[in-house]
Design a protein around this ligand. Structure first.
Ligand code: ZN
Length: 222
């Protein structure tokens, strides 16, 4: 986690002087900016914006969202720069009055899930990370996608498990853990509900189909 080095002296303003412009353009972070972020300090609003690389969101310093990991934060002088760097405005604090359409918010979350389905995910955790209330996230996701976030996460996990079963020799337990369902019995139940087959049956079917079609071996690809 971020280390407090106790140098966040209030009273020393962030000066966008030419000497530090390279640092800021590179996403540099001053201790003062960091203190403003963790303190939700509205007196820095308009002076800079901060973006979080893992979620693709950028915020005003005063945003009441969860404090990000400092190493994932980039600082921008204005909202336009953050947009140009492919960050999207936070739904909660609406930096520069920018509104994020629901479809983009949901797309942002879907993209994040692609890289995090192996973790323990809850509606509350995802909502917090993407700066909305669990209730609002649940409703918005369902309206945009036609399925709930929980269903989407499960589909993603089972889809990935199917790929792993077909294309790797990993054990079913390893695959269950990798896709974020670290209980073998529960994994098998969910898998069967989605596919109609147990993980073992699915793997056998895939092997048989491949053997019948080209006599090929399972590819140990990554
Ligand atoms: Zn925000």
């Amino acid at each position: 986690m971020a280390q407090m080095n106790g140098q966040g002296k209030a009273g020393h303003r962030v000066e966008p002087a030419a000497s530090d412009s390279t640092d800021v353009e590179a996403g540099g972070m001053t201790d003062e900016a960091w203190q403003a972020i963790i303190g939700n300090d509205a007196s820095y609003d308009g002076i800079f914006f901060y973006a979080v690389k893992t979620t693709g969101i950028f915020c005003r310093p005063s945003c009441k969202s969860r404090v990000p990991n400092q190493t994932n934060v980039r600082i921008f002088r204005n909202a336009r720069q953050a947009l140009e760097a492919q960050f999207r405005p936070c739904k909660r604090c609406k930096p520069d009055g920018l509104r994020l359409p629901d479809e983009e918010w949901v797309a942002q979350i879907e993209q994040w899930i692609e890289g995090h389905y192996g973790e323990t995910l809850t509606l509350g955790k995802v909502a917090e990370l993407f700066h909305g209330s669990p209730y609002h996230l649940h409703r918005t996701f369902k309206r945009v996608k036609g399925i709930t976030l929980a269903e989407h996460i499960q589909q993603t996990r089972i889809g990935q498990a199917m790929t792993e079963l077909r294309t790797t020799a990993r054990s079913i337990m390893d695959i269950a853990i990798a896709v974020g369902i670290p209980n073998a019995a529960h994994f098998a139940t969910v898998f069967q509900k989605k596919t109609g087959l147990t993980p073992t049956q699915y793997r056998e079917r895939a092997d048989r189909a491949i053997n019948e079609s080209d006599g090929g071996m399972r590819h140990e690809s990554h």
